[in-house]
Ligand binder design. Structure first.
Ligand SMILES: Cc1ncc(C[n+]2csc(CCOP(=O)(O)OP(=O)(O)O)c2C)c(N)n1
Length: 383
């Protein structure tokens, strides 16, 4: 057995349900070993931010997950990693980074441990990848703390011989409970979530951190958000009437509908993260899942999730709230051409909702998305 096969085997025996990976020395061999053991080989991801977002979505919902990447990829995913610390996890979540100390397989030599520790990620660094017990230890601690853990492994070790040892953890016992104060990253909750993170990291009881009151939406929102939220209300209310496992949000005004009385968004992390979070849920069989995104966040990064939905053939429902601007940061324009260009490869998955203020039209459009058994993108026009 190779070091790569040993890692894949240990994570598999530990009930890791979703593994994502971007190719790179160490990650490639380990993910390949993982793929051959699966009925339908799951694809590699193109970008680490989405790979982390997907794993986080699965782990928040109570399914163990792991991401394989190189140090450079961990930096690309740093926003998603930081927000996984803020929102925490339900089941164990591992980031496995393969270190290439000589740069033989890399654009540059990059030492990641210091940056990861500065971010606050609990980090483990055994000398050899065949020290598989560190993976078990990291998964267990991840679950105990409610935080993702990082394991840094030497990339070259994946090709070395590793002793065959049947190592694994019992299945996770924690179950997902909707808790938007902790799981929806946004300005009104950032201080609370940081205090919860510090408590978890320092081994204190996070439940001792005083919970902030949740705003009533749209009434309690600042002016710049409230007028936009008023326009979004019929669609968000229609979505709330539908059965769902999860609805994920983005850094956008619509995410405020996590709060009462509509209470429809369940999870939110980084800008563009709504699609990967929902895809992570779908990848472990949790559906229906809805991703609700603003047009700026979608064009900036969220659209990368469309490729994942397509290549994994997952029935993701996307609500794209097209107001033509980045409302949350002062209204910077998002041209229709930018959205059209990004969506050009997905025309057959897309439908436009021209009258999103009309509740009946909203319900009918949501029915269309829900009835599809593949990717469905609903462009709600607020321009
Ligand atoms: C990586 C990153 N860059 C910039 C920001 C700042 N930011 C927060 S919300 C936002 C724009 C969101 O616009 P959109 O998705 O259209 O939603 P809307 O505010 O219009 O509802 C930006 C740029 C951020 N949160 N993350």
């Amino acid at each position: 057995m190779t070091g790569a096969e040993a890692i894949a085997d240990t994570l598999s025996r530990s009930h890791v349900e979703l593994m994502t990976a971007v190719p790179g020395h160490g990650a490639t061999q380990t993910y390949t070993a993982w793929q051959v053991e699966r009925e339908t080989a799951p694809p590699f991801s193109f970008h680490e931010e989405g790979a982390v977002g997907m794993a986080h979505g699965a782990a928040l919902l109570g399914h163990r997950a792991a991401v394989l990447m190189k140090a450079h990829g961990f930096l690309k995913a740093a926003n998603a990693v930081a927000d996984s610390l803020a929102a925490g996890t339900t089941a164990g979540l591992l980031y496995v980074v393969f270190h290439d100390p000589t740069g033989t397989h890399s654009d540059s030599i990059l030492e990641i441990e210091g940056a990861a520790r500065e971010l606050g990620v609990p980090t483990h660094r055994p000398d050899a990848p065949e020290e598989r017990s560190v993976l078990l230890h990291a998964l267990e601690h991840s679950e105990e703390q409610g935080l993702p853990h990082l394991v840094v492994l030497p990339a070259d070790g994946v090709e070395a011989d590793a002793p065959a040892r049947a190592l694994g953890l019992a299945p996770p016992t924690g179950t997902y409970e909707r808790d938007v104060a902790r799981q929806v990253c946004c300005p009104p909750l950032a201080e609370y979530q940081h205090a919860v993170f510090e408590a978890r990291a320092e081994g204190r009881n996070p439940d001792a951190v005083e919970r902030p009151p949740l705003p009533t939406v749209p009434d309690d929102l600042p002016d710049a958000y409230r007028s936009m939220a008023e326009r979004y209300r019929p669609l968000m209310a229609a979505l709330a009437e539908r059965p769902r496992i999860v609805a994920t949000g983005d850094t956008s005004v619509s995410t405020m509908f996590a709060f009462p009385p509509v209470s429809v968004i369940d999870l939110c992390t980084y800008m563009g993260g709504s699609l990967p979070l929902a895809l992570g849920a779908l990848a472990v069989g949790e559906q229906p899942a809805w991703a609700v995104t603003g047009d700026f966040g979608f064009v900036s990064a969220g659209h990368l999730g469309l490729l994942e939905a397509r290549q994994r053939d997952l029935p993701l429902n996307v609500l794209l709230l097209e107001n033509g601007r980045a409302q949350a940061t002062g209204g910077q324009p998002v041209s229709e051409d930018a959205v059209d260009t990004v969506l050009a490869g997905y025309v057959e998955h897309t439908r436009v909702l021209e009258t999103p203020k009309d509740g009946a039209a909203c319900r009918e459009a949501l029915d269309w998305a829900a009835a599809r058994d593949d990717l469905a993108i609903l462009r709600a026009r607020y321009r």
